[in-house]
Design a protein around this ligand. Structure first.
Ligand code: NAP
Length: 453
């Protein structure tokens, strides 16, 4: 029989959720171990190293609030931090609070079984067995990549990359013909940078996305000092804000559809020029009133048409669906990139990607030849990583059976019939629709309080 390592709490993942869970539970006196499949801390920010990867919540808000000295000491360099800086921050937190002794790296959880007889969990990993009274799945919402099984995908002679699992050593596309499949947030961020390097870039778009400018810039030291001087108030306000993000503009109850043309233009232009998600809070009813939503959607489409010189391309890039229904993108020079002679947009909305060949990608009956192909095809989001862990709860109930009709949870924190198993920002919680680090802190604190009680 395999040796079993026993702990009070097993945390799965050492991203921002797992790191805070280890810290808080250890402070509370629990014997806790985190199992992390990566070779380092950081979770999402450990894996997503694609060019241009950047958080679209401002760095002064996308950061931990639990330690006042950490909050004051850490200096952010940009309005929105890039992936290297966020990963550095996660590594700093891990070493500052000496969390690594409580983390096992390269430990992939393969199975999780609830033991009725002693209400414990057995956690099977590639590194051996663990047993714990409590398991906290801090596995992230976007941590299992979506790799469409295109016909012929293995025939392609060149390298393929996935934005969510980017090589740590980076990729140099200089002089290459590159194909990018997908136009979600990861694509919107990486396309302008890949275009700077590539000899030719072809983007395959199934559905266009709304994107508004981030207006990223070096962080003004005075702004940083001012926020740090008022951090407590800012964090307290963010905790009761629906998105967990504080905007510099006042919250209002105004209606977009009722606004005069002049008020609407002025307000939307102001938000567009400021950049960031406060754009969607310009009026209170943008996400609840179809006419108000349509007016804002029109505004974005007009903006796209102003930037993109070729009207056919502008039209293809213009979404027709509800704005802010799918999580919107923030960009730096995304639409401008399509004005470059060596960048081409291919509409695959009707027939999709037909197949890959040794030379490239076939769509609409045309073979596009590439030196490299990038899959910016996203994730098996929210439930994918949890389901992949083969979880069995009370009376042999498997999680995929319990969730056959979709995930059912208690506030995204726990699942009926899976006792003492907690999920951090699990399905059913606001998670990616909010400031993730704030959502993580709230969940981890609730779980810790629950374990103490
Ligand atoms: P995504 O938003 O799911 O986008 C995936 C893209 O791939 C979509 O354009 C999708 O088209 C396309 N696609 C998927 N399967 C395809 C197929 N079989 N054939 C052709 N196209 C296909 O993924 P993502 O861009 O990686 O972003 C995921 C989430 O991560 C975002 O919603 C956001 O929450 C988060 N994110 C945040 C940031 C940030 O903070 N700045 C950055 C990146 C990502 P369809 O739309 O037609 O399905």
């Amino acid at each position: 029989m395999d040796k079993v390592e026993e702990h009070e709490v097993v945390v799965i993942g050492a991203g921002f959720g797992g790191l805070y869970a280890v810290y808080l539970l250890r402070e509370a006196g629990f014997d806790v171990i985190a199992l992390e499949r990566g070779g380092g801390v950081g979770g999402t920010w450990y894996w997503n190293r694609y060019p241009g990867a950047r958080c679209d919540v401002e760095s002064l808000q996308y950061s931990y609030s639990f330690d006042k000295e950490l909050e004051q000491d850490w200096e952010w360099s940009e309005r929105y931090a890039g992936q290297p800086e966020i990963l550095e921050y996660a590594e700093h937190v891990s070493s500052r609070f000496d969390l690594e002794p409580n983390i096992r790296f390269h430990a992939n959880v393969e199975q999780l079984d609830f033991n009725e007889e002693d209400s414990s969990w057995t956690v099977a990993t590639n590194k051996g067995l663990y047993r714990a009274s409590f398991v906290i799945a801090a596995t992230g919402c976007l941590s299992t990549t979506n790799h469409p099984h295109f016909t012929g995908v293995d025939d392609f002679a060149g390298p393929t990359y996935h934005t969510g699992k980017w090589p740590h050593e980076g990729v140099d596309f200089s002089g290459q013909r590159v194909g990018v499949i997908g136009t979600g947030s990861s694509a919107v961020q990486s396309i302008p940078i890949i275009a700077e390097q590539a000899a030719h870039l072809t983007v395959f778009q199934r559905t266009p996305n709304y994107s508004i400018p981030a207006h990223n810039q070096p962080l003004d030291p005075n702004v940083q000092a001012d926020v740090k001087a008022h951090y407590d108030e800012l964090r307290a306000a963010a905790r009761i804000e629906r998105s967990g993000i504080i905007s510099p503009f006042p919250i209002n109850e105004d209606s977009a559809k009722a606004a005069s043309e002049e008020d609407f233009r002025t307000r939307m232009n102001q938000r567009w020029d400021h950049g960031g998600f406060s754009f969607y809070r310009a009026y209170a009813d943008i996400v609840v009133d179809p006419d108000s939503n349509a007016r804002v959607a029109d505004y974005v489409r007009n903006r796209i048409a102003e930037v993109v010189e070729d009207p056919v391309v502008a039209d293809l890039l213009s979404p027709t669906n509800t704005v802010a229904c799918k999580r919107p993108c923030l960009d730096t020079q995304y639409y401008e990139t399509y004005n470059l002679d060596h960048v081409e947009l291919v509409d695959i909305s009707t027939a999709g990607i037909e197949r890959l060949t040794r030379r490239g990608v076939v769509a609409g009956g045309i073979e596009y030849e590439f030196d490299a192909v990038v899959f910016a095809t996203g994730f098996d989001a929210m439930t994918g990583t949890l389901l992949a862990m083969n979880i069995t709860g009370r009376e042999g109930l498997r999680l995929e059976t319990a969730w056959k009709a979709g995930p059912r949870t208690y506030l995204g924190l726990s699942v009926p019939q899976f006792p003492n198993l907690f999920t951090v920002t699990g399905p059913g919680s606001p998670s990616v629709l909010t400031n993730m680090i704030m959502a993580i802190e709230q969940h981890v604190e609730w779980i810790c309080d629950c374990l103490i009680a």
